[in-house]
Design a protein around this ligand. Sequence first.
Ligand code: SF4
Length: 228
Amino acid sequence: MSINIKSVWEELKQRAEACRECEFCNTRAKVVFGEGPIDSKVVIVGEAPGKQENLQGRPFIGPAGDLLTKILQNGGGIKRDTVYITNIVKCWPPPEENEKDKSNGKPKPINISKCIKFLEAQLLLLRPKIIVTMGNIPTQNLLKTTVGITQLRGNWREWRGIKLFPMLHPSFLLRQLNEQKQNELKRETWQDVLSLREQIIELGLDKEMLFNDKQQKNPDTPGDNSRR
Ligand code: SF4
């Protein structure tokens, strides 16, 4: 990233941190802009920060973040710290009264429409080779579709000339109480991360992004039902 782009990136980050365009600014502790090398060739996009992410200002920490690390590292032999990780919505959506999950709410279309400009600008500045969208919200909003993630996952698409790969969100796996269903989703995620690995190799990014001796074991699922 050139010095000029770095300063545009910093300016974008500061704009997000000062943003008050939707009601989430009233309840957030920290804006979660993203984390990882800003010259990364792979960007992972989730939905929105959870409660712990909000407090620490970092994306994908807590149980879903731990599972993401296992999926990448144990499933695909991909080093998590070589990937840039962010969300489509940068501030924590607080839970609503009738929400089952008492830790996190869900971003509404109005929040997404106000916030997506930050993600789009990040992607255009980073110009990664691969965007991995996790779950319905980032996938449907970037691909402009209403088709569900269970149908879209595992199929390579494109966003403005960049390869886009939809995967299941780790919190979706954690929420499954039915063991058979959970095993099925884990199998699909296992296949998907291997497809991501193959693409990384095909693009010649293996030296910087993959472990030398890949640990080929299924990602464990911690016994926790937290959403993010
Ligand atoms: S969620 Fe996005 S649009 Fe809403 S206040 Fe935060 S940065 Fe601004």
